[in-house]
Design a protein around this ligand. Structure first.
Ligand code: CTP
Ligand code: MG
Length: 382
């Protein structure tokens, strides 16, 4: 079975520079999407692409990856002529021919299978989509009458035919000088029965800018509702500095070194929030070269990050933190840190968890040389 993809139109109603079939939606051209959809059917053995004259090489490049491309031929001034150009590349051994608009890139396997089944049974079949609007006959700017919708259907592609019957009907239409807007019309003129199989609203034809917008929306990656981020920080403990953790002063003989107040917990928290939101990291937002930040309370960083989250329509589901510290003992201060962080983040304390672990006397932290913090944050997009 062979499928002809007509892609030779200029796309005047779309009004772009590029011929319509080469327009890209989400990384692939209309032509490539249509060719891939047809090639996925195991029943279709070969593709013939009808390209805008002068664009044959580009069309070949788009369809070659299917591994089923038989020929690329230049199209004509009308769709009918383009179909005829494609038909010339078919052979008698192609018992069934499908004709598909490159401009319908969302055709799916079910529609293709129904058309193929229809041709097998009736010799000709086309997909029909229901007409949902009330249809009026109009004369100028006046309404004539309402057409009974039950007897209407919108013709889609691929349209499938017994090759010999279609060739005959096309030749006769050409001799009679009849303009055809689809293949079924040629068959109707010969009173050849054409089966109507179920089409799909998704198999719409990209004709106008609105159709293109709709196509791009369909393929836009769904924005996930939740985002997770993690942050880590470690600072050295030094004498004669106030020890600040989670924005809380912890009385101790040592404090954390750092450009700001050295609050590793708030720094890791900022990085978790920024990481989850994809808005960068604390070092690039608050560079240590910024003199105004010397000794600054790290709660200022948290407030800045919160402004950015709000702008990005992200809210906090929960944060979970682990402090890794050998000294001083921190367990008595965790509740105060939790309350303070909850108020900085404008969430309930139940949305904040803080744990502390010793390093089991291993390594630098185990020797009490510093304190590290890890934070996980989950954000919700509103
Ligand atoms: N087509 C073709 N040769 C033509 C005209 C149309 O192969 N001379 C193809 C188009 O490439 C498209 C399909 O027929 O895949 C349906 O036609 P349509 O949506 O009308 O596309 P265009 O003719 O390109 O668009 P316009 O009518 O807006 O110029
Ligand atoms: Mg057209």
């Amino acid at each position: 079975m062979v499928a002809i993809i007509v892609a030779a139109g200029r796309g005047e109603r779309l009004g772009g520079e590029t011929p319509k079939a080469f327009i890209d939606i989400a990384g692939k051209s209309l032509l490539r999407r249509s060719a891939e959809a047809l090639a996925r059917s195991g029943e279709i053995g070969a593709l013939i692409v009808v390209a805008p004259p002068g664009f044959e090489d580009q069309a070949r490049a788009e369809a070659a990856s299917t591994g089923k491309l038989r020929a690329v031929v230049p199209g004509g001034d009308t769709r009918q002529e383009s179909v005829r150009a494609g038909l010339r590349k078919t052979a008698p051994r192609d018992r069934v021919v499908l004709v598909h608009d490159a401009a319908r890139p969302f055709v799916d396997a079910d529609v293709i299978a129904r058309v193929i089944q229809g041709v097998r049974t009736h010799g000709a079949a086309i997909p029909i989509a229901p007409v949902v609007d009330t249809i009026k006959l109009i004369q100028g700017d006046r309404i004539g009458e309402t057409v009974n919708r039950d007897s209407l259907g919108a013709a889609q592609t691929p349209q499938g035919f017994d090759r010999a019957a279609l060739m005959g009907a096309y030749a006769r239409a050409a001799r009679a000088g009849v303009a055809l807007t689809d293949e079924a019309m040629a068959m109707e003129r010969q009173s050849h029965p054409v089966a109507a199989v179920e089409g799909s609203p998704r198999n719409f034809k990209i004709t106008t800018k609105d159709d293109l917008d709709r196509a791009r929306l369909l393929l836009a990656p769904a924005q996930p509702l939740t985002r997770v981020g993690q942050g880590f920080d470690i600072h050295r403990l030094v004498p004669r500095k106030r020890l600040m953790l989670g924005g809380v002063h912890v009385p101790a003989a040592v404090g954390l070194e750092g450009h700001s107040d050295g609050d590793v917990l708030l720094h890791a928290l900022c990085d978790a929030l920024l990481g989850a939101s994809g808005l960068g990291e604390i070092g690039s937002l608050f560079p240590s070269s910024d003199r105004s930040l010397r000794g600054a309370p790290s709660s200022r960083f948290v407030s800045e990050v919160m402004v950015r989250l709000a702008r990005a329509h992200l809210s906090i589901v929960n944060v979970d933190a682990t402090l890794i510290a050998e000294r001083p003992r921190l367990s008595g201060h965790l509740m105060a840190m939790k309350d303070n962080i909850a108020s900085l983040l404008q969430v309930e304390p139940g949305q904040v968890s803080i744990k502390v672990k010793s390093a089991d006397t291993l390594g630098a932290i185990g020797r009490g040389e510093g304190i590290a913090a890890q934070v996980l944050a989950l954000l919700l997009r509103s």
